[in-house]
Design a protein around this ligand. Sequence first.
Ligand code: NAD
Length: 276
Amino acid sequence: SKVPPINLNNGVAMPQLGFGVWQVPDDEAERAVATALEAGYRSIDTAAIYGNEEGTGRAVAASGLPREDLFVTTKLWNSDQGYDATLRAFDTSMRKLGLDYLDLYLIHWPVPAKGTYLDTYRAFEKLHADGRVRAIGVSNFLPEHLERLIAETAIVPAVNQIELHPHLQQHAARAFHARHAIATEAWSPLGQGKGLLEVPAIVAIAQKHNRTPAQIVLRWHLQLGTVVIPKSVTPSRIRENIDVFDFSLDDEDLAAISALNEDRRLGPDPATFDMG
Ligand code: NAD
């Protein structure tokens, strides 16, 4: 594959760039994932709540790619937290995906007010011990949630998938993850394609390298060492977003992008988000 892997803390290799399918309806997800697999993506990021595990699974099956060349992530939704509910939700996701093992299973949100993320994670540990998932992790966990998880469960999460882009650089979370060998995975890496790709500093770096603003932002992530999962349903953009392994940003470019931090979230605050 054209995408280099990073090694997770349990030795499993994960492609550093994957394809995200949030807000893509099931049929469209099937087409988009098929396009992504043709373009060379091997890692797909879905979630039970996205409602497109079936379309994702159909595209994976139709690709004819060997299972071991693929890296599939899905996520447990908030309303399925708890030990028994998690085991049931996992079976449902696997049936929809049409897979017999998963590469990465994530707790979608901590929902600390519910008080169930430890039991949920213990079910993840069982799924891992049973060989049904190669790596387990979390999403949207703040350092305080990770501290508690690490203190009270056996397996340090392999990944924490968090909102991360030049306007929200997550310095404290990234430093915490690095101390505990947890891989940082960036969601909304392009800032959801909203204002970020028009920021003059990014446009200027794009012109300098004869690349697009999206490619510049993705390179910034890759050079930080984070895993990225950009989303698009437009074939040309799907291809553009993986065509980022034949150039690099210099120190001046990286510094100019790092100066754009505003600690500004596009998504909800993980301390309080408990929808569903
Ligand atoms: P993103 O930052 O990947 O931005 C996607 C949008 O950017 C597209 O809809 C399009 O409008 C635009 N875009 C994409 N490629 C472009 C290009 N080359 N040029 C110009 N515009 C382009 O946003 P996202 O979808 O929010 O995040 C990516 C993935 O992260 C999701 O699909 C999902 O898999 C994951 N995610 C996870 C969580 C979570 O809670 N764990 C939350 C949000 C997203």
